[in-house]
Design a protein around this ligand. Structure first.
Ligand SMILES: NC(=O)c1ccc[n+]([C@@H]2O[C@H](COP(=O)([O-])OP(=O)(O)OC[C@H]3O[C@@H](n4cnc5c(N)ncnc54)[C@H](OP(=O)(O)O)[C@@H]3O)[C@@H](O)[C@H]2O)c1
Length: 492
Protein backbone atom coordinates (compact mmCIF):
# COMPACT_ATOMS: atom_id res chain seq x y z
CA UNK A 1 0.00 0.00 0.00
CA UNK A 2 1.33 3.43 -0.88
CA UNK A 3 2.09 5.62 2.13
CA UNK A 4 0.76 9.02 1.28
CA UNK A 5 -0.29 10.19 4.73
CA UNK A 6 1.53 13.54 4.83
CA UNK A 7 -0.21 14.45 1.63
CA UNK A 8 -3.65 14.67 3.20
CA UNK A 9 -6.20 17.48 3.22
CA UNK A 10 -7.40 19.04 6.47
CA UNK A 11 -10.44 20.59 4.88
CA UNK A 12 -12.83 18.89 2.51
CA UNK A 13 -15.23 21.28 0.79
CA UNK A 14 -18.30 19.75 -0.85
CA UNK A 15 -20.10 21.87 -3.43
CA UNK A 16 -23.61 20.43 -3.83
CA UNK A 17 -23.88 19.12 -0.29
CA UNK A 18 -27.69 18.99 -0.37
CA UNK A 19 -27.79 16.92 -3.55
CA UNK A 20 -28.55 13.28 -4.21
CA UNK A 21 -24.93 12.24 -4.74
CA UNK A 22 -23.77 13.74 -1.44
CA UNK A 23 -26.50 12.18 0.66
CA UNK A 24 -26.52 8.82 -1.06
CA UNK A 25 -22.84 8.21 -1.76
CA UNK A 26 -20.42 10.77 -0.31
CA UNK A 27 -21.71 10.88 3.24
CA UNK A 28 -21.90 7.09 3.67
CA UNK A 29 -18.40 6.86 2.17
CA UNK A 30 -17.01 9.45 4.63
CA UNK A 31 -18.83 7.80 7.52
CA UNK A 32 -17.50 4.34 6.68
CA UNK A 33 -13.98 5.75 6.43
CA UNK A 34 -14.48 7.46 9.79
CA UNK A 35 -15.51 4.26 11.57
CA UNK A 36 -12.46 2.48 10.14
CA UNK A 37 -10.24 5.36 11.33
CA UNK A 38 -9.23 6.07 7.74
CA UNK A 39 -9.99 9.79 7.69
CA UNK A 40 -7.11 12.14 8.48
CA UNK A 41 -6.74 12.96 12.18
CA UNK A 42 -7.19 16.67 11.51
CA UNK A 43 -10.18 16.82 9.21
CA UNK A 44 -13.20 19.08 8.79
CA UNK A 45 -15.85 19.17 6.09
CA UNK A 46 -17.43 22.37 4.79
CA UNK A 47 -20.77 21.50 3.21
CA UNK A 48 -21.93 24.12 0.73
CA UNK A 49 -25.60 24.50 -0.15
CA UNK A 50 -27.97 27.29 -1.05
CA UNK A 51 -30.69 26.29 1.39
CA UNK A 52 -31.38 28.01 4.67
CA UNK A 53 -30.14 25.25 6.95
CA UNK A 54 -28.58 25.64 10.35
CA UNK A 55 -25.63 23.38 11.05
CA UNK A 56 -27.95 21.24 13.18
CA UNK A 57 -30.59 20.96 10.39
CA UNK A 58 -27.93 19.83 7.99
CA UNK A 59 -26.47 17.27 10.36
CA UNK A 60 -29.96 15.87 10.89
CA UNK A 61 -30.25 15.34 7.11
CA UNK A 62 -26.87 13.64 6.98
CA UNK A 63 -27.90 11.38 9.86
CA UNK A 64 -31.07 10.38 8.02
CA UNK A 65 -29.13 9.63 4.87
CA UNK A 66 -26.61 7.52 6.78
CA UNK A 67 -29.42 5.53 8.35
CA UNK A 68 -30.70 4.83 4.89
CA UNK A 69 -27.56 4.40 2.82
CA UNK A 70 -24.61 3.43 5.01
CA UNK A 71 -25.21 -0.31 4.64
CA UNK A 72 -26.12 -1.19 8.25
CA UNK A 73 -22.97 0.32 9.70
CA UNK A 74 -24.78 3.24 11.37
CA UNK A 75 -24.09 3.51 15.08
CA UNK A 76 -25.41 6.34 17.28
CA UNK A 77 -22.20 6.55 19.35
CA UNK A 78 -19.94 6.75 16.32
CA UNK A 79 -22.25 9.27 14.67
CA UNK A 80 -21.84 11.71 17.61
CA UNK A 81 -18.11 12.00 16.98
CA UNK A 82 -18.45 11.94 13.19
CA UNK A 83 -21.04 14.75 13.21
CA UNK A 84 -18.49 17.13 14.73
CA UNK A 85 -16.58 17.40 11.47
CA UNK A 86 -19.44 19.09 9.55
CA UNK A 87 -19.82 22.81 8.93
CA UNK A 88 -22.77 23.81 6.77
CA UNK A 89 -22.29 26.97 4.73
CA UNK A 90 -24.98 28.72 2.71
CA UNK A 91 -23.44 30.07 -0.47
CA UNK A 92 -24.58 30.65 -4.05
CA UNK A 93 -21.70 29.11 -5.92
CA UNK A 94 -22.35 30.93 -9.20
CA UNK A 95 -21.96 34.30 -7.48
CA UNK A 96 -18.27 35.06 -7.00
CA UNK A 97 -19.07 37.72 -4.43
CA UNK A 98 -20.26 35.10 -1.95
CA UNK A 99 -16.95 33.23 -1.76
CA UNK A 100 -15.71 35.56 0.98
CA UNK A 101 -17.80 33.50 3.42
CA UNK A 102 -16.01 30.32 2.32
CA UNK A 103 -12.64 31.99 2.78
CA UNK A 104 -13.80 33.09 6.21
CA UNK A 105 -14.90 29.56 7.19
CA UNK A 106 -11.55 28.15 6.03
CA UNK A 107 -9.64 30.79 8.02
CA UNK A 108 -11.70 30.04 11.14
CA UNK A 109 -11.03 26.29 10.89
CA UNK A 110 -7.32 26.84 10.23
CA UNK A 111 -7.13 29.16 13.21
CA UNK A 112 -9.14 26.98 15.57
CA UNK A 113 -7.48 23.66 14.77
CA UNK A 114 -4.09 24.95 13.62
CA UNK A 115 -4.63 23.39 10.21
CA UNK A 116 -2.45 23.95 7.23
CA UNK A 117 -4.52 25.17 4.30
CA UNK A 118 -4.63 21.68 2.74
CA UNK A 119 -7.93 21.65 0.90
CA UNK A 120 -9.78 19.17 -1.29
CA UNK A 121 -12.75 20.50 -3.25
CA UNK A 122 -15.46 18.09 -4.42
CA UNK A 123 -17.70 19.16 -7.30
CA UNK A 124 -20.93 17.26 -6.54
CA UNK A 125 -22.82 19.63 -8.83
CA UNK A 126 -24.22 19.69 -12.35
CA UNK A 127 -21.39 19.62 -14.95
CA UNK A 128 -22.05 23.17 -16.20
CA UNK A 129 -20.83 24.46 -12.81
CA UNK A 130 -17.48 22.63 -12.61
CA UNK A 131 -15.45 25.38 -14.25
CA UNK A 132 -17.57 28.22 -12.83
CA UNK A 133 -16.75 27.08 -9.30
CA UNK A 134 -13.06 26.54 -10.08
CA UNK A 135 -12.84 30.07 -11.53
CA UNK A 136 -14.62 31.57 -8.53
CA UNK A 137 -12.30 29.74 -6.13
CA UNK A 138 -9.33 31.12 -8.02
CA UNK A 139 -10.67 34.68 -8.13
CA UNK A 140 -11.10 34.58 -4.38
CA UNK A 141 -7.63 33.31 -3.56
CA UNK A 142 -8.84 29.87 -2.50
CA UNK A 143 -6.44 27.80 -4.57
CA UNK A 144 -3.23 29.30 -3.28
CA UNK A 145 -0.72 26.42 -3.43
CA UNK A 146 1.87 28.16 -1.21
CA UNK A 147 -0.45 27.79 1.77
CA UNK A 148 -0.98 24.06 1.36
CA UNK A 149 -2.05 21.34 -1.06
CA UNK A 150 -5.11 21.90 -3.23
CA UNK A 151 -7.08 19.20 -5.05
CA UNK A 152 -10.27 19.14 -7.02
CA UNK A 153 -12.49 16.10 -7.53
CA UNK A 154 -14.71 16.37 -10.57
CA UNK A 155 -17.80 14.23 -11.07
CA UNK A 156 -18.83 12.67 -14.32
CA UNK A 157 -19.67 13.55 -17.01
CA UNK A 158 -16.44 15.37 -17.87
CA UNK A 159 -17.91 17.32 -20.81
CA UNK A 160 -20.82 16.51 -23.08
CA UNK A 161 -18.62 15.96 -26.12
CA UNK A 162 -14.99 16.34 -27.16
CA UNK A 163 -15.24 20.11 -27.58
CA UNK A 164 -16.86 20.80 -24.23
CA UNK A 165 -14.54 18.32 -22.48
CA UNK A 166 -11.54 20.17 -23.96
CA UNK A 167 -12.95 23.55 -22.99
CA UNK A 168 -13.62 22.35 -19.46
CA UNK A 169 -10.15 20.88 -19.22
CA UNK A 170 -8.53 24.09 -20.45
CA UNK A 171 -10.36 26.12 -17.83
CA UNK A 172 -9.65 23.72 -14.98
CA UNK A 173 -5.98 23.31 -15.89
CA UNK A 174 -5.47 27.08 -15.83
CA UNK A 175 -6.11 26.77 -12.10
CA UNK A 176 -5.20 23.22 -11.05
CA UNK A 177 -2.35 21.06 -12.36
CA UNK A 178 -3.14 17.63 -13.83
CA UNK A 179 -1.86 16.01 -10.63
CA UNK A 180 -4.33 18.04 -8.57
CA UNK A 181 -7.32 17.03 -10.71
CA UNK A 182 -9.26 13.86 -9.82
CA UNK A 183 -11.76 12.94 -12.55
CA UNK A 184 -14.14 10.40 -11.12
CA UNK A 185 -15.36 7.32 -12.90
CA UNK A 186 -16.89 5.49 -9.98
CA UNK A 187 -16.68 2.15 -11.85
CA UNK A 188 -12.96 2.22 -11.22
CA UNK A 189 -13.58 2.18 -7.48
CA UNK A 190 -15.42 -1.14 -7.65
CA UNK A 191 -13.59 -3.96 -5.95
CA UNK A 192 -13.63 -6.41 -8.87
CA UNK A 193 -12.42 -3.80 -11.34
CA UNK A 194 -9.38 -3.20 -9.19
CA UNK A 195 -9.04 -6.95 -9.00
CA UNK A 196 -8.65 -7.24 -12.79
CA UNK A 197 -5.03 -6.13 -12.62
CA UNK A 198 -4.33 -8.48 -9.71
CA UNK A 199 -5.98 -11.42 -11.49
CA UNK A 200 -3.89 -10.76 -14.57
CA UNK A 201 -0.53 -9.78 -13.20
CA UNK A 202 -0.37 -11.80 -9.97
CA UNK A 203 -1.15 -15.07 -11.81
CA UNK A 204 1.54 -16.01 -14.32
CA UNK A 205 -0.61 -18.96 -15.34
CA UNK A 206 -3.17 -16.52 -16.73
CA UNK A 207 -0.86 -13.80 -18.01
CA UNK A 208 1.00 -16.33 -20.15
CA UNK A 209 -2.17 -17.19 -22.08
CA UNK A 210 -3.56 -13.63 -22.09
CA UNK A 211 -2.99 -13.03 -25.79
CA UNK A 212 -4.08 -13.77 -29.35
CA UNK A 213 -2.51 -17.24 -29.37
CA UNK A 214 -4.96 -18.54 -26.81
CA UNK A 215 -7.89 -16.13 -26.63
CA UNK A 216 -10.62 -16.25 -29.25
CA UNK A 217 -12.60 -13.20 -28.18
CA UNK A 218 -13.40 -11.04 -25.18
CA UNK A 219 -16.89 -9.86 -24.27
CA UNK A 220 -17.52 -6.91 -21.98
CA UNK A 221 -21.11 -6.41 -20.85
CA UNK A 222 -22.80 -3.87 -18.62
CA UNK A 223 -26.57 -4.10 -18.77
CA UNK A 224 -29.29 -2.94 -16.49
CA UNK A 225 -32.96 -3.79 -16.19
CA UNK A 226 -34.03 -0.26 -15.24
CA UNK A 227 -35.01 2.32 -17.83
CA UNK A 228 -33.97 5.98 -17.77
CA UNK A 229 -36.31 6.72 -14.83
CA UNK A 230 -36.16 10.47 -14.09
CA UNK A 231 -32.98 11.05 -16.10
CA UNK A 232 -34.71 11.50 -19.46
CA UNK A 233 -33.49 15.04 -20.00
CA UNK A 234 -29.85 14.09 -19.42
CA UNK A 235 -30.14 10.84 -21.36
CA UNK A 236 -31.56 12.55 -24.45
CA UNK A 237 -28.19 14.31 -24.76
CA UNK A 238 -25.98 11.36 -23.89
CA UNK A 239 -27.52 8.04 -24.93
CA UNK A 240 -25.80 4.78 -24.05
CA UNK A 241 -22.76 5.74 -26.12
CA UNK A 242 -21.80 8.76 -24.04
CA UNK A 243 -23.34 7.66 -20.77
CA UNK A 244 -21.61 4.27 -20.60
CA UNK A 245 -19.25 3.56 -23.47
CA UNK A 246 -17.18 6.75 -23.33
CA UNK A 247 -16.20 6.12 -19.74
CA UNK A 248 -16.99 2.84 -17.95
CA UNK A 249 -16.82 0.45 -20.89
CA UNK A 250 -13.64 1.86 -22.37
CA UNK A 251 -12.04 1.92 -18.93
CA UNK A 252 -12.86 -1.77 -18.54
CA UNK A 253 -11.42 -2.46 -21.98
CA UNK A 254 -8.16 -0.76 -21.09
CA UNK A 255 -7.75 -2.75 -17.88
CA UNK A 256 -8.39 -6.03 -19.65
CA UNK A 257 -6.11 -5.26 -22.59
CA UNK A 258 -3.25 -3.19 -21.13
CA UNK A 259 0.34 -4.39 -21.02
CA UNK A 260 1.87 -4.98 -17.60
CA UNK A 261 2.95 -1.58 -16.25
CA UNK A 262 6.55 -1.19 -15.13
CA UNK A 263 5.30 -0.61 -11.56
CA UNK A 264 2.05 -0.02 -9.69
CA UNK A 265 2.82 3.66 -9.77
CA UNK A 266 -0.13 5.84 -10.91
CA UNK A 267 1.43 7.17 -14.10
CA UNK A 268 2.85 3.80 -15.20
CA UNK A 269 -0.64 2.29 -15.04
CA UNK A 270 -2.27 5.22 -16.79
CA UNK A 271 0.39 5.19 -19.53
CA UNK A 272 -0.42 1.56 -20.33
CA UNK A 273 -4.16 2.23 -20.36
CA UNK A 274 -3.73 5.08 -22.83
CA UNK A 275 -1.67 2.87 -25.15
CA UNK A 276 -4.66 0.53 -25.47
CA UNK A 277 -6.92 3.39 -26.56
CA UNK A 278 -4.30 4.51 -29.08
CA UNK A 279 -4.20 1.01 -30.57
CA UNK A 280 -7.90 0.98 -31.48
CA UNK A 281 -8.12 1.45 -35.27
CA UNK A 282 -9.58 4.63 -36.72
CA UNK A 283 -13.36 4.92 -36.67
CA UNK A 284 -14.88 5.51 -40.13
CA UNK A 285 -18.24 4.95 -41.78
CA UNK A 286 -17.39 1.38 -42.75
CA UNK A 287 -16.43 0.54 -39.18
CA UNK A 288 -19.62 2.03 -37.78
CA UNK A 289 -21.84 0.23 -40.30
CA UNK A 290 -20.23 -3.16 -39.85
CA UNK A 291 -19.27 -3.23 -36.22
CA UNK A 292 -21.79 -1.26 -34.20
CA UNK A 293 -25.43 -1.85 -33.43
CA UNK A 294 -27.52 0.79 -31.73
CA UNK A 295 -31.04 0.27 -30.49
CA UNK A 296 -33.79 1.69 -28.32
CA UNK A 297 -36.16 -0.05 -25.91
CA UNK A 298 -39.86 -0.57 -26.56
CA UNK A 299 -42.52 -1.63 -24.03
CA UNK A 300 -42.15 -5.04 -22.45
CA UNK A 301 -44.27 -8.04 -23.48
CA UNK A 302 -46.94 -7.39 -20.82
CA UNK A 303 -46.98 -3.65 -21.70
CA UNK A 304 -46.37 -2.67 -18.08
CA UNK A 305 -43.18 -0.78 -18.80
CA UNK A 306 -42.95 2.35 -20.92
CA UNK A 307 -41.10 2.48 -24.22
CA UNK A 308 -38.14 4.89 -24.13
CA UNK A 309 -40.03 7.43 -26.26
CA UNK A 310 -42.83 7.54 -23.66
CA UNK A 311 -40.51 8.22 -20.73
CA UNK A 312 -40.59 11.56 -18.91
CA UNK A 313 -38.64 14.34 -20.68
CA UNK A 314 -37.97 12.19 -23.74
CA UNK A 315 -38.99 13.30 -27.21
CA UNK A 316 -41.72 11.21 -28.90
CA UNK A 317 -39.53 10.79 -31.97
CA UNK A 318 -36.24 10.44 -30.11
CA UNK A 319 -33.47 8.63 -31.98
CA UNK A 320 -31.34 8.25 -28.90
CA UNK A 321 -29.88 4.77 -28.35
CA UNK A 322 -30.51 3.02 -25.06
CA UNK A 323 -28.38 0.09 -26.17
CA UNK A 324 -25.11 -0.13 -28.02
CA UNK A 325 -23.04 -3.14 -28.98
CA UNK A 326 -19.74 -2.95 -30.81
CA UNK A 327 -16.89 -5.05 -32.01
CA UNK A 328 -13.41 -3.56 -32.06
CA UNK A 329 -9.82 -4.70 -32.37
CA UNK A 330 -6.68 -3.58 -30.65
CA UNK A 331 -3.86 -3.44 -33.11
CA UNK A 332 -0.83 -4.43 -31.14
CA UNK A 333 1.42 -7.45 -30.77
CA UNK A 334 -0.69 -9.06 -28.04
CA UNK A 335 -4.17 -8.58 -29.47
CA UNK A 336 -4.09 -8.49 -33.27
CA UNK A 337 -6.98 -10.59 -34.55
CA UNK A 338 -8.88 -10.86 -31.26
CA UNK A 339 -12.28 -9.20 -31.38
CA UNK A 340 -13.43 -7.31 -28.29
CA UNK A 341 -17.20 -7.24 -28.07
CA UNK A 342 -18.72 -4.56 -25.89
CA UNK A 343 -22.41 -4.13 -25.11
CA UNK A 344 -24.37 -1.96 -22.75
CA UNK A 345 -28.06 -1.28 -22.49
CA UNK A 346 -30.99 -0.27 -20.37
CA UNK A 347 -34.14 -2.35 -19.81
CA UNK A 348 -32.32 -5.59 -20.51
CA UNK A 349 -33.60 -8.74 -18.82
CA UNK A 350 -30.72 -8.98 -16.39
CA UNK A 351 -28.68 -6.38 -14.52
CA UNK A 352 -25.12 -7.49 -14.94
CA UNK A 353 -21.60 -6.19 -15.46
CA UNK A 354 -19.02 -8.79 -16.44
CA UNK A 355 -16.12 -9.65 -18.68
CA UNK A 356 -15.99 -13.02 -20.43
CA UNK A 357 -12.70 -14.22 -21.86
CA UNK A 358 -13.35 -16.99 -24.36
CA UNK A 359 -10.36 -19.20 -25.05
CA UNK A 360 -9.69 -20.91 -28.37
CA UNK A 361 -10.68 -24.51 -28.81
CA UNK A 362 -8.06 -27.23 -28.97
CA UNK A 363 -6.66 -27.54 -32.53
CA UNK A 364 -8.22 -30.96 -32.91
CA UNK A 365 -11.01 -32.28 -30.85
CA UNK A 366 -10.66 -35.72 -29.32
CA UNK A 367 -13.95 -35.32 -27.55
CA UNK A 368 -15.65 -34.15 -30.67
CA UNK A 369 -18.21 -31.48 -31.20
CA UNK A 370 -21.19 -33.78 -31.15
CA UNK A 371 -20.84 -33.46 -27.43
CA UNK A 372 -21.24 -29.70 -27.73
CA UNK A 373 -18.06 -29.04 -25.87
CA UNK A 374 -18.01 -25.49 -24.52
CA UNK A 375 -14.91 -23.38 -24.91
CA UNK A 376 -12.95 -22.58 -21.76
CA UNK A 377 -14.23 -19.32 -20.38
CA UNK A 378 -12.87 -17.06 -17.70
CA UNK A 379 -15.63 -14.85 -16.33
CA UNK A 380 -14.93 -11.79 -14.19
CA UNK A 381 -18.23 -10.67 -12.72
CA UNK A 382 -18.26 -7.14 -11.36
CA UNK A 383 -21.93 -6.75 -10.56
CA UNK A 384 -24.27 -7.77 -8.89
CA UNK A 385 -22.00 -10.35 -7.29
CA UNK A 386 -18.22 -10.08 -7.35
CA UNK A 387 -16.91 -13.36 -8.59
CA UNK A 388 -14.48 -14.97 -10.92
CA UNK A 389 -15.12 -18.35 -12.46
CA UNK A 390 -13.47 -20.61 -14.95
CA UNK A 391 -15.53 -22.87 -17.20
CA UNK A 392 -13.77 -26.17 -17.74
CA UNK A 393 -14.91 -29.43 -19.34
CA UNK A 394 -14.91 -32.73 -17.46
CA UNK A 395 -16.21 -36.19 -18.04
CA UNK A 396 -19.63 -36.82 -16.59
CA UNK A 397 -19.69 -39.64 -14.06
CA UNK A 398 -20.95 -42.87 -15.55
CA UNK A 399 -20.27 -45.31 -18.32
CA UNK A 400 -20.78 -42.94 -21.24
CA UNK A 401 -17.94 -40.71 -22.36
CA UNK A 402 -20.02 -37.59 -22.00
CA UNK A 403 -18.27 -34.25 -21.49
CA UNK A 404 -19.95 -31.58 -19.38
CA UNK A 405 -18.97 -28.01 -18.41
CA UNK A 406 -18.22 -27.22 -14.77
CA UNK A 407 -17.33 -23.99 -13.06
CA UNK A 408 -14.44 -23.35 -10.72
CA UNK A 409 -15.88 -20.47 -8.83
CA UNK A 410 -14.60 -17.87 -6.39
CA UNK A 411 -17.16 -15.42 -5.07
CA UNK A 412 -15.84 -12.46 -3.17
CA UNK A 413 -19.01 -11.00 -1.67
CA UNK A 414 -21.28 -14.05 -1.46
CA UNK A 415 -20.36 -14.82 2.12
CA UNK A 416 -19.80 -12.46 5.01
CA UNK A 417 -17.43 -9.99 3.42
CA UNK A 418 -19.07 -6.84 2.12
CA UNK A 419 -16.88 -4.95 -0.31
CA UNK A 420 -16.38 -1.26 0.19
CA UNK A 421 -18.58 0.95 -1.94
CA UNK A 422 -16.77 2.45 -4.92
CA UNK A 423 -17.05 5.98 -3.52
CA UNK A 424 -15.48 4.91 -0.23
CA UNK A 425 -12.40 3.61 -2.01
CA UNK A 426 -12.19 6.65 -4.30
CA UNK A 427 -12.53 9.15 -1.46
CA UNK A 428 -9.91 7.27 0.51
CA UNK A 429 -7.51 7.39 -2.43
CA UNK A 430 -8.17 11.05 -3.18
CA UNK A 431 -7.56 11.95 0.45
CA UNK A 432 -4.22 10.12 0.30
CA UNK A 433 -3.34 11.78 -3.00
CA UNK A 434 -3.44 8.54 -4.99
CA UNK A 435 -5.04 9.24 -8.36
CA UNK A 436 -4.49 5.82 -9.95
CA UNK A 437 -8.23 5.08 -10.04
CA UNK A 438 -9.12 8.46 -11.52
CA UNK A 439 -8.93 9.20 -15.23
CA UNK A 440 -6.10 11.22 -16.66
CA UNK A 441 -6.90 13.85 -19.28
CA UNK A 442 -5.39 11.93 -22.21
CA UNK A 443 -7.59 8.89 -21.36
CA UNK A 444 -10.64 11.13 -21.26
CA UNK A 445 -9.69 12.88 -24.49
CA UNK A 446 -9.05 9.64 -26.41
CA UNK A 447 -12.31 8.11 -25.31
CA UNK A 448 -14.22 11.26 -26.27
CA UNK A 449 -12.57 11.23 -29.71
CA UNK A 450 -13.62 7.62 -30.19
CA UNK A 451 -17.28 8.00 -29.24
CA UNK A 452 -17.65 11.39 -30.89
CA UNK A 453 -16.61 9.99 -34.24
CA UNK A 454 -19.24 7.28 -33.89
CA UNK A 455 -21.86 9.78 -32.85
CA UNK A 456 -21.00 12.07 -35.83
CA UNK A 457 -21.38 9.21 -38.29
CA UNK A 458 -24.69 8.17 -36.71
CA UNK A 459 -26.03 11.70 -37.06
CA UNK A 460 -24.93 12.28 -40.66
CA UNK A 461 -25.47 8.90 -42.28
CA UNK A 462 -28.38 6.63 -42.72
CA UNK A 463 -27.52 4.18 -39.97
CA UNK A 464 -30.43 2.19 -38.53
CA UNK A 465 -31.65 2.53 -34.97
CA UNK A 466 -33.03 -0.90 -34.05
CA UNK A 467 -35.51 -1.63 -31.30
CA UNK A 468 -35.85 -4.27 -28.60
CA UNK A 469 -38.55 -5.26 -26.21
CA UNK A 470 -37.99 -4.14 -22.60
CA UNK A 471 -36.60 -6.94 -20.44
CA UNK A 472 -35.44 -8.91 -23.48
CA UNK A 473 -31.76 -9.66 -24.10
CA UNK A 474 -31.39 -6.71 -26.47
CA UNK A 475 -31.81 -6.37 -30.24
CA UNK A 476 -31.41 -9.47 -32.43
CA UNK A 477 -29.10 -7.50 -34.73
CA UNK A 478 -26.29 -7.58 -32.16
CA UNK A 479 -25.66 -11.18 -33.20
CA UNK A 480 -24.94 -10.26 -36.81
CA UNK A 481 -21.40 -9.03 -36.37
CA UNK A 482 -20.19 -11.99 -34.30
CA UNK A 483 -17.13 -13.30 -36.12
CA UNK A 484 -17.87 -17.02 -36.22
CA UNK A 485 -20.78 -19.29 -36.95
CA UNK A 486 -22.24 -20.78 -33.77
CA UNK A 487 -20.63 -18.07 -31.74
CA UNK A 488 -22.73 -16.29 -29.13
CA UNK A 489 -22.82 -13.55 -26.57
CA UNK A 490 -22.35 -15.29 -23.26
CA UNK A 491 -25.08 -14.77 -20.69
CA UNK A 492 -24.65 -16.38 -17.31
N1 LIG B 1 -26.64 11.19 -8.07
C1 LIG B 1 -25.82 10.23 -8.45
O1 LIG B 1 -25.92 9.06 -8.07
C2 LIG B 1 -24.68 10.55 -9.38
C3 LIG B 1 -23.93 9.49 -9.91
C4 LIG B 1 -22.85 9.78 -10.75
C5 LIG B 1 -22.54 11.10 -11.05
N2 LIG B 1 -23.29 12.11 -10.53
C6 LIG B 1 -22.91 13.50 -10.85
O2 LIG B 1 -22.78 14.22 -9.62
C7 LIG B 1 -23.17 15.57 -9.79
C8 LIG B 1 -24.26 15.91 -8.77
O3 LIG B 1 -25.38 15.07 -9.00
P1 LIG B 1 -26.63 15.04 -8.02
O4 LIG B 1 -27.48 13.93 -8.49
O5 LIG B 1 -26.22 15.08 -6.62
O6 LIG B 1 -27.34 16.45 -8.40
P2 LIG B 1 -28.43 17.22 -7.57
O7 LIG B 1 -29.18 16.30 -6.67
O8 LIG B 1 -29.19 18.06 -8.54
O9 LIG B 1 -27.56 18.20 -6.63
C9 LIG B 1 -26.96 19.39 -7.08
C10 LIG B 1 -26.51 20.20 -5.89
O10 LIG B 1 -26.05 21.48 -6.33
C11 LIG B 1 -26.68 22.49 -5.52
N3 LIG B 1 -26.76 23.75 -6.25
C12 LIG B 1 -27.25 23.96 -7.50
N4 LIG B 1 -27.10 25.25 -7.82
C13 LIG B 1 -26.51 25.86 -6.76
C14 LIG B 1 -26.07 27.18 -6.50
N5 LIG B 1 -26.20 28.16 -7.40
N6 LIG B 1 -25.47 27.44 -5.32
C15 LIG B 1 -25.31 26.48 -4.38
N7 LIG B 1 -25.70 25.20 -4.57
C16 LIG B 1 -26.29 24.91 -5.75
C17 LIG B 1 -28.03 21.89 -5.25
O11 LIG B 1 -28.65 22.61 -4.21
P3 LIG B 1 -30.24 22.41 -3.94
O12 LIG B 1 -30.30 21.18 -3.08
O13 LIG B 1 -30.62 23.63 -3.23
O14 LIG B 1 -30.91 22.23 -5.27
C18 LIG B 1 -27.59 20.49 -4.86
O15 LIG B 1 -27.00 20.46 -3.59
C19 LIG B 1 -23.62 15.70 -11.25
O16 LIG B 1 -22.53 16.14 -12.01
C20 LIG B 1 -23.95 14.25 -11.64
O17 LIG B 1 -23.78 14.04 -13.03
C21 LIG B 1 -24.34 11.86 -9.71
Amino acid sequence: MKDLKNNEPNIFVIFGSTGDLTYRKLMPALYNLHIQNLLPKDFSVICIGRRDFSNEDYKENVKKSLNKFSGNTFDEGKWEKFSLIFNYLKLDFVNDKTYGSLKNSIDILCDKYKYQENIMYYMAVAPEYFSVIAENLNKNGLVCKEKGIKRIIIEKPFGENLKSARELNEKITEIFTEKEIYRIDHYLGKEMIQNIMAIRFANPILESIWNNRYIDNIQITSNESLGVLTRGRYYEKSGALKDMLQNHMLQLLTLIAMEPPTSLDTESIRDEKVKVLRAIPKVDEEFVKNNIVRAQYLEDKGKTLKAYRDEENVSKDSNVETFVALKCFINNYRWTGVPFYIRTGKRISKKITEVVIEFKNAPFVLYNNENNIQPNLLVIRIHPDERIFLNLNVKKQGNENEIIPIQMDFCQNCHSVVSAEAYEKLMYDAIRGDSTLFTRWDETEFSWKFVEKISDIWSKRDIPLYTYESLSNGPEEMNEFLHRKNMKWWDF
